[in-house]
Design a protein around this ligand. Sequence first.
Ligand code: COA
Length: 258
Amino acid sequence: MQYENLLVENRDGIVVLTINRPKALNALNRGTLADLRQFFGKDALTIEGLKGVIITGAGDKSFVAGADISEFNGLDAQAGLDMSQNGHDIFFLIEKFTKPVIAAVNGFALGGGCELAMSCHLRIAVEKARFGQPEVNLGIIPGYGGTQRLIQYIGKTKALELLMTGDMIGVEEAYRLGLLNHVVPAGEEVNKAMEILTKIAAKAPIAIQKVIECVNTYFSAEGFRREVIEFANTVKTEDFKEGAAAFLEKRAPKFQGK
Ligand code: COA
């Protein structure tokens, strides 16, 4: 198992995956997404006695601060479509994984980071964690399932507000809205996830797998497909070029609706 940005530690059948790019706040670049695909699509299937997986971020500031904006330069509509479809495929591997997957959110979970946490079956966050889908600040929409999964967890009222304002919320609100299972002090997030996975591991594995399958089947695929198409449609706008450039130049964007 060779990974570019993923640390993999097997603790008695519970695997702790750490996204390891702390200097970029663990933003999901192509290499990290390839690592996640390799783990959930291939390597994890060969781990003897696997009980469950925990995903967390390296460092004490961020879980994952989104897709890597420095890779956005020169994206066209086709590349946007491919990028979004790739993210959807990987996050569905996680959501459909036959063993429980828990996000241990140790800091910022923004954009693709919030989407990654939402593709996991359960979410535990530390008190200072922050959640949001800030893509509209960049002139695009979420491209890794955020428009669909946010509604599933918190409902249309607050999902629309967060998706349109790009606002971040703290754990108190995230917990109240139903996005989080537990809030714990910093440093306790992986332990809490281990405790829950140990409890689930004592149940019948086939029953757990079928619970995951049935819950996933409750939601339709059409909205996810629409998100991939509309993500690509926003990628081809002038506003997206401006939004991504403004972030990298550390200034406010000037959008023109083009
Ligand atoms: N992609 C690439 N690099 C990112 C990143 C991302 N999504 N998020 C943060 N970084 C980088 C910053 O560019 C910065 O790099 P530098 O030190 O080389 O300048 C470094 O991580 C630290 O981030 P910084 O913005 O200086 O930290 P902060 O504490 O002031 O702000 C955030 C933290 C999370 C609020 C801010 O980084 C942010 O808004 N990130 C983007 C979130 C986003 O829009 N995600 C959705 C992308 S589709």
